[in-house]
Design a protein around this ligand. Structure first.
Ligand SMILES: [Zn+2]
Length: 254
């Protein structure tokens, strides 16, 4: 069984055919999925969708690109969802994204720190989005994330950063870009990591694997990521599917 640990199936890209997307996922062997939110509105959407689908779980939180929208009361609402909603399994996706100049780094850091503290306080895992912000992301986790567990989604760090995250107990999420011929660094990292720290994900509708590049991505395609890891490690794809699913169930307590 495959576990797509990061799929935005609430996205409007699926409004016309969402049920068909879930059917294709099931047919491809994807039995478990996590839908991560990007703001308060999508948090509510992910929870509602998870309530309607067996095997679908939700993460709630405010993405760095949405950090300027964060307002008083959001943290209380997130806390309530995390403690009361059975299918909410993590804080996510949260972190830092320095690719664009807005929102400011100060705003992003404040919102990230608040959510790191929340995850530590409630002892729930965290799904981290770190784009071109490795140094500050690590600094915040060192300072505020004592005892935290979680995953770096769409992992893009160096071998040095990987070592530190391994010591901190983190998991590493791999998706479509791992299948691109020019993704040398991701392939190198995915070849060397302990398998028991690896998760697979699609980040759909984005980051479509090479086989369908240019089209909309969907959970069924997480199989291509498992196949790429199997190729890199000289393993059977079912073995990779089994181990990564076990890893995700352990991390998210599913
Ligand atoms: Zn995402």
């Amino acid at each position: 069984m495959l576990f797509d640990t990061h799929c935005h199936v609430n996205d409007s890209a699926y409004d016309a055919d969402r049920e068909a997307v879930f059917k294709r996922a099931a047919a491809a062997g994807v039995g478990l999925m996590i839908c991560p939110a990007t703001d308060m509105e999508t948090s509510a959407q992910c929870i509602a969708l998870a309530g309607e689908h067996d095997g679908l779980y939700a993460a709630v939180g405010i993405h760095p690109e949405e950090a300027a929208k964060a307002k008083d009361g959001d943290l209380d609402q997130l806390r309530q969802w995390l403690t009361e909603e059975k299918k909410v399994v993590a804080v996510g996706e949260v972190g830092l994204d320095y690719h664009w100049p807005e929102p400011s780094r100060e705003i992003q850091k404040k919102v990230f720190i608040d959510q790191v503290k929340l995850a530590v306080d409630l002892d729930v895992p965290i799904i981290i989005h770190d784009r071109e912000a490795h140094g500050d992301t690590l600094d915040i986790l060192r300072q505020y994330g004592k005892g935290i567990r979680g995953v770096f989604h769409c992992y893009s760090g160096s071998l040095e950063m990987t070592d530190e995250l391994l010591r901190m107990g983190f998991y590493f999420g791999f998706d479509g870009p791992l299948t691109y011929p020019n993704s040398k660094r991701a392939k190198r990292v995915a070849s060397h990591l302990p398998l028991e720290r690896m998760l697979i994900e699609t980040d759909c509708p984005y980051l479509t694997p090479q086989a369908h590049r240019g089209q909309r991505n969907e959970p069924a395609y997480v199989r291509y990521v498992a196949e790429e890891i199997a190729n890199l490690r000289g393993l059977d794809v079912e073995e990779v599917a089994g181990i990564t699913t076990e890893n995700a169930r352990r991390l998210f307590d599913i």
